[in-house]
Design a protein around this ligand. Structure first.
Ligand SMILES: Cc1cc2nc3c(=O)[nH]c(=O)nc-3n(C[C@H](O)[C@H](O)[C@H](O)COP(=O)(O)OP(=O)(O)OC[C@H]3O[C@@H](n4cnc5c(N)ncnc54)[C@H](O)[C@@H]3O)c2cc1C
Length: 205
C-alpha cells in the first residue's frame, strides 16, 4: 500500500487480506481498469469487501477520512480515485422469486452475468437490463439504464422495473430505499454514488 500508515493499519483491521489489492496484486488491473483510460487515476489500493458488515465498516471509515475514494461496479463509467477504489465486485447475488416474478441482484456484477444466471435459473424470464454484457449493474441502474426492452418497458430504473434497493449510507447504516421514498426517487437515474446493493428488479416472461 502507498497510503499513510495510520490508514493502512485501520484498513487491515477491518478487512481480510484477500479483500485488499495493492498495485502488485494480479487482481489490481481487473479492478481498476477504466473504459476511458484517461480517467484511470491509478489508485493506491482496491478494497473489495465480501460481506455487508465489511462494506459497512469500510464505507463508514472512508467517508470520515481524508482519502479520495470511488465506488465501482462494472467500471464502464470509468469510476476511479487517487487513493482507494471500493469495488462491489464480490456482491454478485442472484435471487429469483418465481411467484412474484422479481429478482434481487448484487450490484457488483455485469449484465452479461445476470443474463447467464437468468437463462440457467429462470428460463423464459428477462430483466430490463443494459444492452451490453460488459456494463455493470450498479452504475447503469443509477444512471437510468437503457435496455433493448426499453421501448416497451421503459428504463431499468423506472418504478415498474427497479422496485427497491438496499443502500449503505455514509455512516455505515443499511436501509432499503423504499423506507426513504426520496432516496429511492434519487436512485432512479441520480447517477453514481447514490449506492445500492442489492437491487430488487422486476423480471418478465
Ligand atoms: C460502450 C458503452 C456501452 C454502454 N451501453 C449502455 C447500455 O446499453 N445501457 C445503459 O443503460 N448504459 C450503457 N452505458 C452507460 C453505462 O450504463 C454507464 O457508463 C454506467 O455508469 C456504467 O456502470 P458501471 O457499473 O459499469 O460503471 P462504474 O464505472 O463502476 O460506475 C459508474 C458510476 O456509478 C457509481 N457506482 C457504481 N456502482 C455503484 C454502487 N453500487 N453504489 C454507488 N455508486 C455506484 C460509480 O461511483 C460511478 O460514479 C454504456 C457505456 C459504454 C461506455
Amino acid at each position: 500500500m502507498i497510503l499513510p500508515a495510520a490508514h493502512e493499519i485501520e484498513i487491515q483491521r477491518m478487512l481480510d487480506p484477500s479483500e485488499i489489492f495493492d498495485q502488485s496484486s494480479p487482481n489490481y488491473q481487473r479492478e481498476t481498469h477504466c473504459w476511458a483510460a484517461q480517467k484511470d487515476q491509478h489508485p493506491a489500493i482496491v478494497l473489495r469487501p465480501k460481506s455487508l458488515p465489511a462494506l459497512q465498516s469500510v464505507l463508514r471509515y472512508l467517508y470520515a477520512s481524508d482519502l479520495d475514494f470511488a465506488v465501482r461496479s462494472g467500471g464502464v463509467g470509468s469510476s476511479s480515485a487517487r487513493d482507494v477504489v471500493l469495488s462491489m465486485g464480490a456482491f454478485d447475488g442472484f435471487d429469483f422469486d418465481r411467484e412474484r416474478a422479481t429478482v434481487v441482484l448484487g450490484a457488483g456484477q455485469l449484465w452479461g452475468d445476470v443474463d447467464r444466471k437468468m437463462a440457467a435459473l429462470a428460463p423464459g424470464y428477462a430483466t430490463v437490463g443494459a444492452r451490453y454484457p460488459f456494463v455493470g449493474v450498479g452504475g447503469s441502474i443509477l444512471s437510468g439504464g437503457f435496455s433493448w426492452l426499453s421501448h416497451e418497458y421503459g428504463l431499468c430504473s423506472d418504478p415498474k422495473n427497479l422496485l427497491d434497493a438496499q443502500v449503505v449510507l455514509f455512516d455505515g447504516r443499511v436501509v432499503w430505499a423504499s423506507q426513504e421514498p426520496e432516496l429511492l426517487w434519487a436512485l432512479r437515474g441520480g447517477c453514481g454514488n447514490f449506492g445500492g446493493e442489492p437491487f430488487e428488479i422486476n423480471s418478465r416472461n
